[in-house]
Ligand binder design. Structure first.
Ligand code: AP5
Length: 216
């Protein structure tokens, strides 16, 4: 199964991606995670990406498209994959479309997670992440067992550098201007599956399962 997760920042893409990729046994490809990994390790890509991610702007399309193509060419993607946070504008969607067409492949579902704006701001400002294992928490809705400490590896939790209010508002603006048009783009291809992401995590996941079925 080849799936795209679409939705504004804080919609719960990463949260749902974790469950889908585990149950359906497909690799989770998050461009945001790839950039954060490179920023943490201070690679050339990381140095470039940092200039954009911290301001809530998109990393240039040519760089992002190349990274995704490289990742999709790996062996573990041959039977399917889940793209989280990519494509993020029409240029990226067209690039992905061409890449898949050349390989005789196609996307099966574009899961569009819809969440109210006020809820998005609350989710992002309360999010805490583990810099070591990547686990995600929320200070109100999903707190760790011990305040500020990761349940899985005991590392001190941090706030993402782009979860400050200024970057959050910019990311929401970029979503409206650049990413939201993809709903229409994939709608024309009959691939959009709308999901009410305002519900609790388990209910959102049930809705996703009902839409994509049991095929593995
Ligand atoms: P990226 O990492 O993709 O960030 P994003 O799209 O802004 O999405 P988030 O990770 O913030 O949110 P999410 O939807 O995954 O929500 P989560 O599950 O964590 O991108 C970061 C940056 O990298 C971009 O700004 C850009 O600069 C760059 N970039 C990435 N991809 C790019 C591309 N293709 N092109 C160019 N640049 C790119 O949940 C959020 C919080 O809510 C958590 O605390 C969670 O516990 C909580 N929560 C989740 N679901 C629920 C629920 N149902 N109810 C209550 N709380 C919930």
């Amino acid at each position: 199964m080849r799936v795209i997760l679409l939705g504004p920042p804080g919609a719960g893409k990463g949260t749902q991606a974790e469950r889908i990729t585990k149950d359906y046994e497909i690799p989770h490809i998050s461009t945001g995670d790839i950039f954060r990994y490179n920023i943490k390790n201070n690679t050339e890509l990381g140095k470039l990406a940092k200039q954009y991610t911290e301001k809530g702007l998109l990393v240039p399309d040519d760089v992002t498209n190349k990274i995704v193509e490289d990742r999709l060419s790996k062996d573990d993607c041959k039977d399917g994959f889940l793209l989280d946070g990519y494509p993020r504008n029409v240029v990226q969607a067209e690039s992905l479309g061409k890449y898949l067409e050349n390989k005789g492949l196609k996307i099966d579902h574009v899961l569009n997670i819809i969440v109210d704006r006020d809820e998005l701001v609350k989710r992002l400002s309360g999010r805490r992440v583990c810099p070591s294992c990547g686990a995600t928490y929320h200070i109100v809705t999903k707190p760790p067992k011990v305040e500020g400490i990761c349940d899985h590896c005991g590392e001190k939790l941090i706030q993402r550098t782009d979860d400050n209010i200024e970057s959050v508002l910019k990311r929401l603006e970029v979503y409206e201007d650049e990413t939201k048009p993809l709903v229409e783009y994939y709608g024309k291809l009959n691939l959009i599956r709308n999901i009410d992401g305002n519900k609790p995590v388990n209910e959102v996941y049930k809705e996703i399962q009902a839409l994509i079925g049991d095929e593995v």
